[in-house]
Design a protein around this ligand. Sequence first.
Ligand code: F6P
Length: 327
Amino acid sequence: MKSQIKTIAIFTSGGDSPGMNAAIRAVVRTALHHNIKVMGIMHGYDGMIKGDFIPLDASSVGGIIHRGGTILKTARSQGFMTAEGRSEAAAQLKKHKIDAVVAIGGDGTFKGALVFSSECKIPFVGLPGTIDNYLAGTDFTIGFDTAVNTVIEAVDKIRDTAESHDRLFFVEVMGRDAGLIALNSGIGVGAEEILIPETKTYIDDLIKQLQKGWKRKKASHIIIVAEGDDAGGAYAIAEKVKAKFNKIDTRIAVLGHLQRGGNPTANDRLLSTRLGYEAVEALLKGKKNVMLGIVNNKVVLTPFKNAVKFHAQPDKALLKMLKILSE
Ligand code: F6P
């Protein structure tokens, strides 16, 4: 049966992530290949409510595959959380004759799409766009690999100065309530310890670990702290440690939003491009309310409700490995 889809809308929502532009490009070019028109919605759900739609053609997505951020801009919409806001958004989609929507974002984006699906019958498919990597249904989210590489580059530099001064550094990384950026980057930099929200942090254990290194005259110690750790952020944890063990000169670095920017890595460009292409193919096959991801190198479709409910968990075996390797 021939698809009834004549116009697709695409938007990015929530925190931006490197690779979103590559995904937009892939969606637009694949849709055009199928003679489907594409409208970009600016500023996420806020732009949907306000009717901030722009036509996208092949050249409007030229020269963006390598750029971080999102040409469609993004927002964390308060308006879409209200029934009035969603009703206005539905009216705008109708007004612009949108037959299907591709949403690129994280948890909040798909939770919004889920609520919307009971009120508006236009099919949505989602692409996992967040540096945090917590969504179920994909091995990696768009932007995670770039963020991890950014952290590694920054901490390698911190290690140089830490070594020169025999210092202990607490480096706080993003991830909201997930520790996956911390875990992967911490392993990559050979951190002495990684503190993540998925495992309980015991300050006394951390001090024992530091004392061991101190005894064997380790020149530097790097502790990677996930921003959502149960014992607090880097400042709070450093204070708790200093109160009991003040032998090492201590410094704190909060990497912050630099983790969200930069040119996407090769892995993120490939992931975004594959998923963008597959999103249009999925809509043409009549799929809706699903997030596309890649698991074991295969494209997988996961209902929004599962993608947001079953958060990806860090592999605890990796933490055990880190303990052994950092001794
Ligand atoms: O979800 C991505 C993320 O960068 C989180 O890691 C972080 O907690 C949050 O967004 C920061 O959000 P904002 O840019 O709105 O301050």
